[in-house]
Each structure stands twice: as structure tokens, then as C-alpha cells.
Design a protein around this ligand. Structure first.
Ligand SMILES: Nc1ncnc2c1ncn2[C@@H]1O[C@H](COP(=O)(O)OP(=O)(O)OP(=O)(O)O)[C@@H](O)[C@H]1O
Length: 578
């Protein structure tokens, strides 16, 4: 509720308007029965036509005011509830932007999507209902009960007797529905996860002929979700008729007592008509009020799930936002005794890693799979923070830069090339928003992408489809390399980014990059010896430790692991020649 209140208070003016329209609406709805009662008991009884016409005019004016109030109420409810949902979505999105991979792992991508869309929508429905009814119904209930008491104390006692039954019913429904809603939302997360895996992994599923297995998995989860939803609907749908039953029994009692009272001459017909109207408003408002309480547990579960995201601690933070003057004039990068344990891991994945690089140098990392190469380079843009030791850029600890400053210095080309929907030019410009067409073309040329781009019917204006299915793996890699080149970063990080390129393109790309990256530090993770043999320094990793450091020729002689890798890729002659 705190979350909803926090967002509601952002729209104070609309809330005031909402309250005014609620009170206006209540006044109109409850004023009419009194006017009609007076018309019957005074106007009709005394046959006073003038009085009747006057009251008729008042009744019409009040009804028009009621319509205007209802329209205004609808406008305020719609505007506030949709604005709140927009704000919640924006805030979740902004928060998630700062998440490190650990936080993404904690929630899961599918759950984050469900929380942003479905949970926010549940809040929208609830806010719409509370604005419409939670304010209106207590007013209607209070005033109509007051009016019924005023009209007939005896008849009102029947209503008072039914109240505890309704309140107990609402509490039971709320208690039972909360865990149900929790399960429903978790199973929706699960359903989204499976849909996502199915849609993104469709080729693998088909290649392994696992369509039936996936279909069964989806059906099971879908049935589980439907089951939870059905149970909630059943509960909600059976609550209303039971409430109606209780109320109808109360009304029968009221009419029974009223008939006796009219017979005894202690109640006028006009008063009974007004009482009946007030009773209808009181009972109907009571029902609406109950529906707010019945909806509340669902909204509370959604609000809690949203709050979890918004309150989640961000592990990687800007420690210092003040720009420090770099200590060295020449660009440098150094790892000093860096040890790293993943937040959810137990053992160190990197152990006491030290090396340094300076402007113009190319540093390559090689080692068996799982030796920690990607982990090492992921520490530089601070996707994770080191557990021990420090990393410095230009002599300054990377944790002392603002995140923006640090990441502005880096051109990161990930292992799995990621392109966004938009044109090829848009994707390259992702590295430099205001890049000219010449700069885009230059970056594409260096990345060896120009020719294949020009072969596309629309060239640089060719639209990349979702998941970049209209470009090959190697083309995707070249576009993501161009995106980094256009940025002219101080540090290039190639995480196995040449793996999908053929040997010729790989060689041409490295040659073109040499000139382009003269002023930068280039870090290359690679599996191929041919990609890294010209590097100024090759760092050999094994189980998170640096087991060799030097140039290709030296490592062949001094580092058995490097020799083993080289021997598996180069011919006897090549090795002997080296
Ligand atoms: N998010 C994570 N949480 C926990 N452990 C992880 C995580 N990511 C990687 N690891 C573990 O860290 C170790 C190093 O992984 P890393 O991806 O850095 O290796 P790599 O040398 O780049 O491997 P490859 O050449 O196969 O890409 C592996 O044992 C891996 O299982």
C-alpha cells in the first residue's frame, strides 16, 4: 500500500478533483431519495403542484450534476491510474538499468518483464477501483446508513445485524486469496520464462526434435497458471453471490418489518421508498467496498514484487562521481593482484591476477574454457567489482571514476554479438550518437563490414530484425566491432569477438585495426593462436591464475600450457618455424 500511496501523492491536484467529484456524486445520489420522499409525502399528499414542479426541477438539476460528477470521476480515475502505472514502469526500467548481472540473476529476466508489465497492470486495476469506489463507498455507506437510521431506526437494526457477517466474509476471502495470488504471479513468471526459451531457442528445439517435449512443458506450466487463476476467479465469483444472498435475506426482513409498521401506521410510504433507496445505496456501496478488499491481496502481491525490484540493493555503485585528473599522461591499464569470486559463487574464479598495459599495446588472453578470460575482462567496465586487489585506468582505481566516465573510455565487443532493432547505421551509431555518415562508413570499413552492408538492398539503411536474424553470425560480429570502433575508445575489449570470422577476414580486420587503435589499449580474448600471436603481450590463464606472460615465441618455450594450445592448432612445421 505504501508503494501505491507514494505514487498517488504525485498527482495531488487530480486527487483533490477526484475527491470533489466523489463527494459531488454521493451528494447527488443520496439527495435524490430525500427529494422523491418529500415529493410523495408532502407534494402528492397535499396535492401542491407548485411544490412538485419545483422539486422536479431540483431533481433534474441534481441528476445533471450527478452525470457531470461521474464523468469527472471517470476522467480522474483513468488519468491517475494510467499515469501511476507509467511511472512504475519507468522507475523499474531505470532501476534495472543499474543492475549488475548478479541482480539480473537474482530476479530472472522473465520475472522482471512480468513485474514491469503484469504486476504494474494489477496496480493500475486496483488504483482505478480504489479511486472509483474506496473513496466513494465509505462516504455513501456512512451517509446512507445515517439517512436510513434517520428514516427508521427499527428497520436499520436489520442492516446493522448483517454487517458482521459481511465483514467476516470479506476477511476470509482476503486471507484465502493472498497466497493464491502469490502462486499465480510466480507461475506467470514461469510461463513467461518457458515462452521466452521456446521462442529464442526454436532452432535448437527443432534440430533436436524436442517440439513435443517443449509443448508438454508449456502445457504443464500453462495449466498450472490457469489452475491458479481459475481458483482465484472461483473464489471471487462465489464471494459476490454469497454477499448478495446475505443482503437479500436482510431486505426480506426489512420489508416484513416495514409492512407491519405501515399496517400499524408508524411508517409512511414515502419514507419506505426513501429508505429502500438508501438501503440500496448502502448495500451496493458495501458490495463495492468488499470488492476493493477482495482485490487488495492481488494488488498487494504485485506491489510487493515491484517494491522488491525498486528496493533491491545495487551492488555496483558509483563510489565517487568527482572527476580526478589522471595520474599518467599516457593511457594505461593495470591489474594489481586481482582476485574475484562471483557473488553467488564460493571459489575464486580469478586468483591474484596482475599485468599492465599501455597505450598502443595489444594484450591477448588465452586459456582453456572456464579459465576466467571473460570474467577478467568483465571486471574492467565494472560489470562486477573485484573481491581483492585493484584495477587502475590511467593510474586511477576504476572504482573512483563515475560509471559513465569509465565506460566512456571503453569499447566493449561481447562474445555474443548483440544488435538492436533499427537500421545497420543506427546500430553502428549506437557507439556515437552524432557520428556522421562518413564516420559510420569508416567504422564499417575497418570492421570489414562495408562490402556486405553495401550488398544489402538498402545498404546502411537495411533494418536489422528482432534477434538480428537477417545477418549472419560473422556479420553480426563485424557490426558490433564497428559500433565500438566508431566510439574511438581508449580501451578496446574484444571478448572472443573474432570467433565467427573466417581466417582471411580475421587477418584483414586485425591489420585494419592496427592503425585505428594506435592510441588505444587493445585487449583480445581469443581461442585461436593465429588471432593473438602478434600481440605485444599474451597472458595465459589456467583455472583463474596467470600461468604465462610474454610474447608468442617466448611462451612457446616457457609456458607448457601455451605450447599445448599452440600444438593443437599449428602444424609441426609452423611450430618448429616459430
Ligand atoms: N555469473 C557467474 N556466476 C558464477 N560463476 C560463473 C559466472 N560466470 C562464469 N562463472 C564461472 O567462472 C569460471 C570462468 O568463466 P569464464 O566465462 O570467465 O571463462 P572463460 O575462460 O571466458 O571461458 P570460455 O572460453 O568458455 O568463454 C567458470 O568456471 C564459470 O563457470
Amino acid at each position: 500500500m505504501k508503494l501505491i500511496l507514494k505514487y498517488l501523492l504525485k498527482y495531488k491536484k487530480l486527487l483533490v478533483l477526484n475527491v470533489i467529484s466523489v463527494f459531488g456524486f454521493a451528494l447527488v445520489e443520496l439527495g435524490l431519495p430525500t427529494i422523491i420522499a418529500n415529493m410523495i409525502d408532502i407534494g402528492v399528499a397535499t396535492e401542491d403542484k407548485g411544490y412538485l414542479y419545483m422539486m422536479w426541477g431540483v431533481a433534474i438539476a441534481i441528476s445533471i450534476a450527478g452525470v457531470l460528477g461521474t464523468i469527472l470521476l471517470g476522467y480522474c480515475c483513468a488519468k491517475i491510474s494510467t499515469s501511476i502505472t507509467r511511472d512504475i514502469r519507468n522507475d523499474i526500467f531505470t532501476k534495472v538499468q543499474d543492475f549488475s548481472p548478479s541482480e539480473f540473476n537474482k530476479f530472472g529476466i522473465s520475472s522482471l518483464i512480468t513485474r514491469t508489465n503484469n504486476d504494474a497492470f494489477q496496480i493500475q486495476l486496483f488504483v482505478n477501483v480504489i479511486l472509483r469506489t474506496a473513496l466513494l463507498t465509505p462516504v455513501m455507506i456512512a451517509v446512507s446508513f445515517f439517512m436510513t437510521l434517520k428514516t427508521s431506526l427499527d428497520l436499520s437494526l436489520v442492516i446493522v445485524a448483517t454487517l458482521p457477517l459481511i465483514i467476516i466474509g470479506v476477511i476470509i476471502v482476503a486471507k484465502v486469496s493472498e497466497p493464491m495470488s502469490q502462486k499465480q504471479q510466480s507461475s506467470l513468471d514461469h510461463l513467461n520464462r518457458i515462452s521466452r526459451e521456446n521462442l529464442t531457442g526454436i532452432k535448437v528445439i527443432r534440430a533436436f526434435n524436442n517440439d513435443h517435449y517443449e509443448q508438454a512443458r508449456f502445457n504443464d506450466t500453462n495449466s498450472e497458471f490457469t489452475g491458479h487463476t481459475k481458483r482465484i476467479f472461483k473464489l471471487m465469483n462465489s464471494a459476490d453471490p454469497i454477499f448478495f444472498l446475505v443482503m437479500n435475506i436482510a431486505i426480506l426482513f426489512i420489508f416484513y418489518i416495514a409492512a407491519t409498521m405501515i399496517g400499524a401506521g408508524t411508517l409512511q410510504v414515502g419514507k419506505l421508498v426513501a429508505f429502500q433507496d438508501y438501503l440500496f445505496h448502502a448495500m451496493f456501496s458495501m458490495l463495492l467496498f468488499c470488492s476493493v478488499f477482495v482485490m487488495y491481496p492481488r494488488a498487494a502481491v504485485s506491489a510487493k514484487r515491484i517494491q522488491e525490484v525498486l528496493n533491491s540493493d545495487i551492488i555496483i555503485q558509483d563510489h565517487q562521481k568527482v572527476t580526478k585528473q589522471p595520474i599518467s599522461k599516457e593511457h594505461t591499464l593495470s591489474f594489481d593482484n586481482v582476485t574475484f569470486v562471483y557473488p553467488d559463487g564460493e571459489e575464486a574464479v580469478l586468483k591474484d591476477v596482475s599485468f599492465s598495459a599501455k597505450q598502443g599495446e595489444t594484450i591477448a588472453f588465452i586459456g582453456s574454457t572456464g579459465s576466467g578470460k571473460s570474467t577478467l575482462i568483465n571486471l574492467i567496465p565494472r560489470f562486477y567489482d573485484v573481491s581483492c586487489g585493484k584495477i587502475t585506468v590511467d593510474g586511477i582505481n576504476i572504482q573512483d571514476y563515475s560509471m559513465k566516465e569509465l565506460r566512456d573510455k571503453i569499447g566493449f565487443i561481447p562474445q555474443k554479438a548483440m544488435l538492436f532493432t533499427g537500421t545497420i547505421a543506427d546500430n553502428i551509431r549506437y557507439g556515437k550518437e552524432d557520428a556522421t555518415d562518413e564516420e559510420v562508413a569508416h567504422a564499417a570499413r575497418i570492421a570489414q563490414g562495408y562490402d556486405f552492408i553495401m550488398e544489402k538492398p538498402l545498404g546502411f539503411h537495411e533494418v536489422i530484425t528482432e534477434s538480428a536474424t537477417n545477418v549472419s553470425g560473422g556479420q553480426r560480429q563485424r557490426l558490433s566491432i564497428a559500433r565500438a570502433i566508431i566510439k574511438k575508445p581508449q580501451i578496446y575489449i574484444f571478448d572472443d569477438s573474432f570467433s565467427a570470422l573466417d581466417f582471411k577476414t580475421d587477418a584483414s580486420l586485425r591489420k585494419a585495426l592496427k592503425d585505428e587503435t594506435k592510441e588505444s589499449i587493445v585487449l583480445v580474448v581469443a581461442q585461436r593462436i593465429s588471432t593473438i600471436m602478434d600481440a605485444d603481450q599474451i597472458i595465459v590463464l589456467h583455472e583463474g591464475q596467470v600461468v604465462g606472460k610474454g610474447k608468442h615465441h617466448d611462451l612457446l618455450k616457457t609456458c607448457p600450457i601455451y605450447h599445448e594450445i599452440a600444438a593443437s592448432q599449428l602444424s609441426e612445421e609452423e611450430l618448429a618455424y616459430e
